[in-house]
Design a protein around this ligand. Structure first.
Ligand code: PNS
Length: 164
């Protein structure tokens, strides 16, 4: 069984993430989508909410399973016998950090990282930009699935009310 993992913080999942997950699902027998903690980012959605959104929006891929994990990616891979991490590269600005993580994960955990070139339609897209745009009333319905766009609007309205 050829297994791969698509790791990320997915806060929330975007159409760019789904493009990579779909392409990975065509290459491997089983794909784990791992919702992990990026300690340099504050979260808008809880890990459970992110998993729920991913499960809804990846339901069309029968070989994709979604899980959250509060630990190292290399431990996630070891526990599930996953040898390959799939990451996307949007531009050279992603490269330095992604290379460091790939080298760390290979050196410390023996896990290989393979990079897929981001679909140019999504090369500007990130969860952070989507949150920023939505926060100030921007329409993100072309950038994330409809259910995610709805949840974002609800969550940001809730946050605004809490601060008023
Ligand atoms: O979507 P992101 O925020 O770019 O994903 C980064 C993520 C979550 C994959 C990375 O921060 C990660 O692997 N976190 C888990 C903890 C870990 O293994 N850290 C060491 C990385 S070398």
């Amino acid at each position: 069984m050829r297994r791969a993992v698509c790791p990320g913080s997915f806060d929330p999942v975007t159409n760019g993430h789904l493009d990579i997950i779909g392409r990975t699902s065509a290459l491997y027998d089983e794909v784990a989508v791992a919702v992990l903690i990026n300690s340099s980012k504050d979260g808008l959605f809880s890990l459970d909410e992110r998993v729920e959104m991913l499960r809804e929006t990846t339901a069309e891929f029968p070989n994709v399973v979604v899980e959250s994990f509060q630990g190292l990616l290399v431990d996630f891979c070891r526990e599930r016998e996953i040898a390959v991490v799939i990451k996307s590269l949007r531009s050279v600005s992603d490269f330095d950090y992604e290379l460091q993580m790939a080298q760390m994960n290979h050196g410390q955990g023996g896990v290989e990282t393979l990079f897929l070139a981001t679909n140019p339609l999504y090369s500007f897209l990130s969860s952070s930009l989507v949150k920023e745009f939505a926060k100030y009333g921007g329409d993100v319905s072309a950038l994330v699935p409809e259910s995610v766009s709805r949840r974002l609007v609800e969550r940001l309205a809730h946050e605004r009310n809490e601060h008023d």
